[in-house]
Design a protein around this ligand. Structure first.
Ligand code: NAD
Ligand code: UDP
Length: 328
């Protein structure tokens, strides 16, 4: 039986990846320190005979007993509000955490895939974004803690590949959504859906003419699965190329949720990218992959999930308190 370590296992994407690899017959070791994740995302796996959970901060030395065939490094805050609140942890998990996992991969002779992001393109001057675009990132801006950690992560991963001959894969993930996102993580989809469910006005940041392209989680997981098992070492964009302005998207959410709220406008966060759309030509050719779930279907599934949460979860609107997770 193949053994895989998945970091960030209690998070949104990590938990879906755990499900997928268990379904494919792997033994999955999930690792998380729960800083932005939740045990409820993997509760259903805790008693599974092919799953083991290790609570650990990957910025500290990572020790795993026995053999490992694969590592998926997904631990990292991913929402702009999260990484603005815990900037140093974000830098550390992308740099020190990635270094630890590359070292582990080398020691175990395992193949490692790291979760990079469309944020490596910053506020892009090339549209749609192709993998050969070097990006436009403000190193010292508030988002720089995430963007630069991910850019360093890509560099150290390639260095381990070139210098040590490690088998490495890099996925550049574009905005992905679905069940198990944290309702109050600040990202636009949980934010709008939470507001709709509580009967609050929807908050658009800026004029709402900035664009994003939203990928449903099942499509993202399929792309990652295929990339891990491919023979390609360089970064690959995985996302849905259907682009929409945030303003049109808010209107869609109002129609979907069938509520009467207004849209209100708030300040645009510093360095918020004005446009984002993946060019997925490479993934199509290399992995014979393309997204299958349209926004209408994906949003409905996601809304059904949020609608099923308890009143207590819905009204716990204050942002997650990270204090307990942060070492002084
Ligand atoms: P998430 O916040 O739901 O999950 C991240 C998980 O990592 C959480 O469970 C958190 O507790 C854990 N974690 C954070 N720091 C850790 C540490 N030091 N040690 C151990 N565990 C730690 O976010 P997500 O959306 O699931 O994102 C997962 C990965 O995918 C991240 O690396 C993120 O950068 C990347 N990504 C996601 C998206 C997206 O749209 N969801 C887009 C681009 C990139
Ligand atoms: N956004 C918004 N209202 C919100 C939350 C986000 O208008 O309540 C905007 C945000 O400014 C950005 C887009 O929606 O332009 C997507 O934001 P998100 O936080 O989901 O992720 P990003 O793509 O910026 O990493």
């Amino acid at each position: 039986m193949k053994r895989i370590l998945i970091t960030g296992a209690a998070g949104f994407l990590g938990s879906h990846l755990c499900d997928r690899f268990i379904k494919e017959g792997y033994f999955v070791i999930g690792m998380d320190n729960f800083i932005t994740g939740a045990i409820s995302n993997i509760e259903h796996l805790k008693e599974h005979s092919n799953f083991k959970l290790i609570e650990h901060d990957v910025t500290e030395f990572v020790k795993i007993e026995g053999e490992l065939d694969y590592i998926l490094h997904f631990a990292s805050p991913a929402s702009p509000i999260d990484y603005l609140k815990i900037p140093i942890q974000t830098l550390k998990v992308g740099s020190l955490g990635t270094h630890n996992l590359l070292g582990l991969a080398k020691a175990k002779e395992a193949r490692i895939l790291i979760a990079s992001t469309s944020e490596v393109y910053g506020d892009p001057l090339v549209h749609p974004q192709t993998e050969d675009y070097y990006g436009n990132v403000n190193t010292i801006g508030p988002r720089g803690v995430y963007d630069e950690a991910k850019r360093f992560q890509e560099s150290i991963t390639m260095a381990y590949h070139r210098f040590h001959g490690l088998e490495t894969r890099i996925v550049r993930i574009f905005n992905t959504y679905g069940p198990r996102m944290r309702l109050n993580d600040g990202r636009v989809i949980p934010a709008f859906m939470g507001q709709a469910l509580r009967g609050e006005d929807l908050t658009i940041f800026g004029d709402g003419l900035q664009t994003r392209s939203f990928c449903y989680v099942d499509d993202q997981v399929e792309g990652i699965y295929r990339l891990l098992l491919s023979e390609y070492t360089y970064p690959v964009n995985i996302g849905n190329a259907e682009e929409i302005t945030i303003r049109d998207f808010a209107e869609e959410i109002i129609r979907l949720t069938n509520t009467k709220q207004k849209i209100i406008f708030k300040a645009l966060p510093t360095d918020d990218p004005l446009q984002r759309q993946p060019d997925i030509t490479l993934a199509k050719k290399l992995l014979n992959w393309e997204p299958k779930v349209g926004r209408k279907e994906g949003m409905k599934k996601t809304f059904d999930y949020f609608r099923g949460l308890s009143k207590e979860q819905l009204y716990k609107s204050e942002h997650k308190d990270f204090a307990n997770h942060i070492k002084k």
